[in-house]
Design a protein. Structure first.
Lengths: 381, 381, 381, 381
């Protein structure tokens, strides 16, 4: 039996909604059966029809949807929330209260308070909750994490992570472009601009891959485009619990970059580098040896990567496959439920609500640091 | 309504069957409802069950399947044939005769005679027929084709195409590895080894991208692994109708390569290069200018690429998405049917049966050339 | 007539001495005629003999050399000082006082006080003085600088510069390796470890290419190798006078990197990237266009690059040629002397003593920032 | 004492003459003391003056130069011949007859007859003779050769070598460009266009690196630019004595390439790839392992590479350094003379006259093959 999936947001034309749908479809584990795709009633209906949703399960209000789906015999098992940041908390709350598992886009919420509220609710309800830090679904990211856990890099010393994009180099929001409009609007995006949109990905990836915990940071944020109120460039220094040092750069005014998430980790025995735009390989250098390239699907990939690999080496997998890996991992959890929530286990790698909270904390601390002139702040909340 | 799809071959565990299924699923245009997944009855049933096929539509004989599905009210619209080469012709014939459109894996058949028979049948029945030269589904391959048709390269002079792989560098077939076993067996693969398996891809891609026609060739084939009877390395020279020259290299003993299909085309005004393992970019060089990289989803991609692009630039698409593009294009044809079969039109780019015939002709000519000591042969059949 | 050159330091076997000698020789503008190659009298003599220096001009004491060469009819015109950092100031002072032009390796000195003393002396004597920030000699670095001055990038917003190396990842200094020994010894290297050795290069390159001035910085320095007293990893944040932001990373514990100096500059119209290990190309991206690669010697290289290019595009030039460009530029100055010292002119790009002072200031400020816990410090001295 | 060097050809402004001079100068082993830089008396004098040659040793006639230098007490030890192809044989003959060692640019001569005549003369005189197939001087080319000799690749199966350039894509010769004019003129270049200019490099590199001998070839030559009488594109198939197969492509109409010499060698145990435009690394792939990059100057470089390496890894060396390695190797031979001519020894890797003959044979065979419609010809002369 397929898992019954509903969706909040993601009406026709929205980029991320379609990504979630393809991700859910790829492994044939989910069936999309209900949705509140838009708060505009007409658009909601049309989107639902285009997606083959039965009319009575096409809602224009997520709370009504939560209530009805929560009580139907054949109600949804899981809801995917793919609205702008400020509209994550309310629907997530509704669905949790209706007994429905939640897959929520990142960042978890527009404020730390909301994020912590969700974390509390997850704990209370015992339901499953995933935050789609989707880059953690890439096979070679899993490979990197596994190699570090295996000690292949030795003691970690330095992490350089960056996420440069070009697309907000101009005042795109004033042209009516919707994606730009809400991401640069504090009311909808929260306190972070590039920080929330992409910085949180970089931050999550750092802790996910390294297993290290950031315990303090210092940020210098800029809004280079005239009239923009949220950061479009963020330089952040990181100090890790083990003494390692790091640098995180997120920018949406970095001309020439499409989606340049790149992470480099240096230990005393080896280093590795992963670049999202060429995701099927991992550069790996042992101290004193020739650099080598570990490949997805190849002889040198390990268990963690192979577990999320669909096709042989040399046949590139991409963004959608990585995203689908989170959906597949989550499907395993849903099917095992009510076995204990194992989202934080090493075997079930879907980012949990706690990781979502951490991401929002990162945004708030970085903003606070920068507003104080660029000072070190502890990550203890 | 989704298109009803059946499948011949591709039982659980087979690589290419799963690829076709994901490709069919990705855009939600097909529903897999019937299959003869194996000639082994037990395996056929288990595969069908695992795929959610109703028991009465799980066949162990493709001719029975063709007959029954051809007469059911809700019979399949399309069959996908994903068996080894020597088992393409017979089922394809059955399904065409039963009035069912066909998607057939490449090469079209194990002999030219069979290939031409299918071409004749397609003409007679007026049905739709696609050959999955899947690399033609990549957005940047479509981009390359469009640029050449637009004259961006000027008059074409030279084409260098290659498809090196490592995986048959040793006597893998003797270890019981199934994929290796049939591909190196003339009874199942036909006259070509690496030629049929990957050389045909390279050949098709060459004509697809350039719009040029090869009118003669010369081949020097080798079987480097001791005891192997089919070629595992093929060096081929090409002469095109317009006077251009080309070199095609297909090898399955090329240590270090995973799936290294690469094509470079040189005109008198510009050149371009595409590499399958980094498929989201196209190197483009105008005479006397700095080399540049056109990117899928970016500002510089054109209509043909954008038509088969799902997600923004920098979010890599891969092999499965490209494969799915053929399924999506074919779905457009199926839904337009019985409008004239437009498979050869510029707008509907699914490789047609005639391209399948050409691929088999290529194999036979190359083998004949090599067997004669490496001489030039005309491609006129 | 060739310029008569003397050398202090750089006895046989020393890496940087030989680099200077090849650089001086490459364009046939200098003749090495005197030297104090070592303070060890025997080694000084042997080195001189091996280099074809007349015995009476083989000194073991630089002050004697300055005195004698300063008074000989055929005395040296220029001295190259290639000793460890703490031994730059004293000989430089001697030779300036003897009326001899100086080429000094970087960093200018082990202390800011010494650096400023030299700057004062240069002003007083009116002599020529170059600091071999040799990376500024690469043609594509000159190209980058020219493009920015021409406004090709628009207003600059962000600079990411890094200089990672692997070679001090272990306690190499304790094995007796000389290069490691003095570089990790505060008495010989000064206050900075990786900062002085490579960070100063990165810092200089940043100001050289961008034309921007750093007006404050914040540094977080580490000594990861147990027992090391100077930094082997430096994370530095930069704020530029025009509001641009930057990040500078210098590390000698970055496993996998040989000499990975890389700079990326982002403006509101375009960006560029240069990587020292593939120095013949410059990545250049205009807003909204395809990334392109400008090549040394190619059609797209400009005047500044062409002026320091010896051979056609595609025939790679390297480190020695770039180093030699500083020697050649300096030769032009020497031959024009006593025309006004034009070292800071746009046409004569050899790094001047003032740039040497700035580099030492950078080291001292970064150390002070880090020792204060990582705080912002103004670069005003 | 430095070796006394003379030069024939290479007047001011000529590319290759200056390359030879820098190569001779780099290691301080030669002193240029005489020259017949041009047959134009005025230009010869001016060039000599600019190069600091004493007026009485500035000749405008190479036979006069050979005669005089051959009898002077302080006459040249070695002459470098850097004229167009058709002017190699006559001066080389003169200087050999005058007892002077010869360094001759490639191809050895414009005809096979001339080449064999020189080989005979070298044997008769017992003098040293080098042909500047300069790419064999690159450290990583030496590394590749050594690895293959060590058996790291196992039995060799396939060689893919190519040398594409853009510069003759248009009718440059008709614009008066001198380099283009003589290279496209059969009277000065000989029978081969791109074949002689760059194909011979590719051919030599193939045999040099692999240690294999080509025993037959088949060529398909084109002259794509209207009115050009020599080939500007050459597709060549190679069969080696050990059964290996190869493909060689040389083109001067390959838009987008500067000097793209690339060789890939595949054995049954491993493969390697070297690319001239990024010459400091060698891609190396063992069967079933991750691809790795062996670097010049790094821990993984071997003796052969280290012997011709001047500066540490990560500090790129280039074309001039590689060229200089031939001069340095030749200097070792000259200084050891009249010890037996060891040019073919593994330790003294300067390409010998016999290799020069082989290159001219390659050109003539390829032309003959193509003129016969593209047939296999044995390399036995």
């Amino acid at each position: 039996m397929k898992i019954r999936l509903g969706m909040v947001g993601g009406g026709t034309g929205a980029f991320i909604g379609e990504v979630h749908r393809i991700a859910a479809r790829l492994d044939n584990r989910y069936e999309l059966v209900a949705g509140a795709f838009s708060s505009d009633s007409e658009r909601a209906k049309q989107s639902a029809a285009a997606l083959g949703i039965a009319p009575e399960r096409a809602y224009d209000d997520f709370s009504e949807m939560a209530e009805k789906e929560g009580t139907r015999e054949d109600g949804i098992d899981v809801v995917a929330i793919v609205t702008p940041n400020h509209l994550h908390h309310a629907p997530a709350k509704c669905f949790l209260e209706a007994g429905i598992h939640v897959i929520c886009d990142k960042p978890l919420s527009a404020s730390l308070e909301d994020a912590m509220d969700l974390e509390r609710l997850v704990e209370e309800t015992g339901l499953l909750f995933a935050v789609t830090y989707n880059y953690s679904g890439y096979p070679m990211v899993r490979q990197a994490r596994e190699m570090i856990r295996n000690g292949d890099l030795g003691n970690l010393r330095v992490v350089q992570v960056e996420y440069p994009q070009e697309w907000l180099s101009t005042d795109l929001e004033s042209t009516g472009q919707k994606q730009a409009a809400w991401r640069t609007d504090p009311a909808r995006a929260g306190a972070g601009g590039s920080l929330g949109d992409i910085g949180t990905h970089a931050f999550h990836l750092t802790e996910f891959i390294t297993g290290l915990e950031v315990n303090s940071l210092l940020a210098d944020l800029s809004a280079f485009v005239h009239g923009r109120s949220l950061d479009d460039n963020a330089q952040v220094m990181l100090r890790f619990a083990n003494g390692a040092r790091g640098s995180l750069w997120a920018s949406q005014v970095a001309v020439g970059h499409e989606n340049g998430l790149r992470i480099r980790v240096y230990g005393d025995q080896a280093s590795l580098e992963w670049f999202q735009e060429q995701p099927n390989q991992l550069k790996f250098c042992r101290l004193g040896e020739a650099p080598q390239y570990v490949a997805r699907g190849g002889n040198t990939a390990g268990d963690a990567a192979n577990a999320v690999t669909r096709i042989p080496g040399g046949h590139p997998e991409g963004f959608l496959e990585a995203f689908a890996n989170l959906y597949r991992d989550f499907a395993d959890q849903v099917e095992a439920f009510p076995a204990r929530n194992t989202m934080n286990d090493s075997e079930l790698l879907v980012p949990a609500v706690s990781e979502g909270v951490k991401g929002v904390l990162f945004v708030e601390k970085a903003v606070a640091s920068s507003e104080s002139g660029g000072i070190w702040l502890s990550m203890d909340s």
